[in-house]
Design a protein around this ligand. Structure first.
Ligand SMILES: NC(=O)c1ccc[n+]([C@@H]2O[C@H](COP(=O)([O-])OP(=O)(O)OC[C@H]3O[C@@H](n4cnc5c(N)ncnc54)[C@H](OP(=O)(O)O)[C@@H]3O)[C@@H](O)[C@H]2O)c1
Length: 283
């Protein structure tokens, strides 16, 4: 299939390009420098020139705390630009796979979030990403919601935890936010599979295994051969300074749509985490 990927220079975008190539598709990966998705004319031109069958739309403004201070920019990049991508896709008969987020939920549900649960975002980023979802025609296009993404490229919590461990004896992480850590390469392979084999609907795609950030930091240290006891728990309310954007206390995404479709779920996060930590340590 011919697949166009936006945000190809990002953490997930890199892995999407690799995964789509490995699955022997024809791939057009466009970084922000090559395609600014907020430029409607440029999106039309790029999509018309490439004539893809599927567009995986991974470009987004992902700086969650910065979004809180500039709602107009968040809406432009995450919502209006998604409408540009969908409109251009319709023009060439392509469908869109939009990368969504756990931040569309308020985190108050006592159990994992299903694809059918009603979103209620609490942050500007979450509001803007939900508005992006609403630009899609779910009979044709798909939303793939992912969470707590970490990979080899770009900034993420695995890299932050390893850096902090190199600089400090003890590390503190919140123990009252839980989620499914998801490695970018695993997520990318599943997203490409869904993009080529399925059409339409909302899909939750995560590695399996639920932890708090505190427990995750311990797992990262363990994977790096360091002492996990160096990590101390704190509650979110004691974070200094407090983060501008609220985070869902429960970010756990049940992968119900994958189960219903009979698609094998991704591994427990421990498997790709140790692969990632080894890769980062080898440089
Ligand atoms: N990271 C997570 O934990 C997580 C969780 C749930 C969902 N997601 C979603 O997953 C997708 C990929 O995120 P990621 O983790 O790979 O973040 P990322 O590394 O920040 O990737 C996003 C990419 O989009 C690009 N971009 C920003 N504004 C753009 C514009 N106007 N036109 C074109 N490209 C633009 C960025 O370029 P610059 O770097 O040059 O700005 C970056 O390369 C996003 O849709 C995000 O909302 C991420």
């Amino acid at each position: 299939m011919k697949i166009l990927i936006t945000g190809a220079g990002g953490q997930l975008g890199h892995e999407l390009v690799d995964a789509a190539n490995q699955a022997e598709n024809e791939v057009v990966g466009l970084t922000r420098a090559q395609l600014d998705v907020t430029n409607r004319g440029a999106v039309q031109q790029a999509v018309t020139a490439a004539r893809p069958q599927v567009i995986i739309h991974a470009a987004a403004w992902t700086a969650v705390d910065a979004c809180e201070g500039d709602a107009a920019k968040a809406m432009l990049v995450n919502a209006t630009a998604t409408q540009h991508v969908v409109d251009a896709a319709r023009h060439v008969g392509a469908r869109v796979v939009y990368i969504g987020t756990d931040y569309v939920f308020d985190g108050t549900k006592p159990n994992p979030y299903l694809e059918t649960d009603t979103p209620n975002p609490q942050s500007v980023y979450g509001v803007s990403k939900l508005a992006g979802e609403q630009a899609l025609d779910l009979a044709l296009d798909s939303v793939v919601r992912i969470s707590w993404v970490c990979g080899y490229h770009g900034a993420n919590m695995v890299k932050t935890i390893l850096r902090l461990a190199a600089e400090h004896d003890t590390l503190t992480f919140v123990d009252d936010q839980i989620g499914n850590p998801t490695m970018a390469d695993d997520a990318a392979r599943m997203i490409v599979h869904l993009a080529t084999e399925q059409s339409g609907g909302i899909w939750h795609v995560t590695n399996q295994g639920v932890v708090s950030w505190y427990e995750f930091a311990r797992e990262v240290l363990r994977a790096a051969g360091l002492d996990p006891a160096r990590v101390r728990p704190i509650p979110t309310r004691d974070l200094m300074p407090p983060r501008p954007a609220p985070r869902p206390a429960n970010s756990v995404l049940e992968n119900q749509a994958l189960r219903d479709a009979g698609i094998a779920l991704l591994d427990n996060f421990h498997v790709p985490l140790s692969r990632l930590v080894n890769r980062l340590r080898l440089g």
